[in-house]
Ligand binder design. Structure first.
Ligand SMILES: O=c1[nH]cnc2c(O)c(F)c(-c3ccc(F)cc3)c(-c3ccc(F)cc3)c12
Ligand SMILES: [Mg+2]
Length: 217
């Protein structure tokens, strides 16, 4: 079976990045994906800056990512978390989860980031009992466009959000997630902000949407 692109990204990181240095790991993934093979984990500068600024503003103690892929954004988020804070990241593709675990371990953030392999539909209802989550301070939605609204409603139903919880959704313009945008903007429970961006290396407009939960009104 020919090697997967994600395994080539992992190999490049293992051979070129500095073990225990998260910045070196994300820089090498950027370099590989800029010069060798496009991959969907590499947000463009604005997207990276926006995601990092939102995480720093929220300073989460407990964060959730939906869609680990190779672990690129998990390493970026882990770098920004305060001591003792943790990131749970859900990945349903076992090959991607295996690559992400190795990249996260190589970056030295394995004590901050826990990769949960499986579907968000199965894992989210277990976060409280199985993963000792009370409520989530920050959620990064970056998995699959058809799951954003379903998983947002599931987070509400499982009482995993509290007043001030921040949802940040990637790709709301391209590929586009119209049902999710309509829900968070008009259900009355979120304050929303849109951050224009563009798909990496393509002149396709994209955007991130921040939705701050106002409570179960
Ligand atoms: O699926 C995704 N999840 C999370 N983030 C993504 C992301 O940040 C992306 F930039 C893309 C993207 C956008 C444009 C493009 F040309 C290729 C891929 C995708 C995506 C969209 C449609 C697919 F069929 C496959 C991948 C995703
Ligand atoms: Mg994305």
């Amino acid at each position: 079976m020919d090697e997967l692109k994600e395994q080539r990204i992992l190999e490049f990181v293992l051979q070129n990045a500095v073990r225990g240095d998260p910045q070196s790991v994300v820089d090498n993934i950027d370099q590989y994906c800029r010069h060798k093979e496009w991959a969907m984990n590499v947000g463009d500068e604005k997207e990276r800056q926006t995601m990092c600024r939102v995480v720093e503003e929220r300073a989460p103690s407990i964060a959730l990512e939906l869609g680990t892929y190779c672990g690129y954004s998990a390493v970026r988020i882990a770098k920004l978390l305060k001591p003792g804070a943790r990131l749970l990241t859900i990945e349903m593709n076992p090959d991607n989860a295996a690559v992400a675990k190795q990249i996260i371990e190589f970056a030295g953030v394995q004590n901050t980031v826990q990769v949960l392999e499986g579907s968000s539909a199965d894992i989210i209802p277990n976060l409280k009992e199985k993963y000792q989550v009370d409520t989530l301070d920050f959620v990064f939605l970056d998995h699959w466009k058809d799951r954003y609204i379903v998983d947002t409603k599931l987070l509400e139903e499982c009482c995993l959000l509290r007043t001030g919880s921040v949802l940040l959704a990637d790709n709301v313009v391209y590929p586009g997630i119209p049902d999710f945008l309509e829900y968070v903007r008009f259900c009355g429970r979120y304050d929303c902000t849109n951050y224009p961006s563009h798909v990496q290396y393509m002149n396709k407009e994209d955007a991130l949407e921040k939705a701050v939960f106002k409570g179960y009104i």
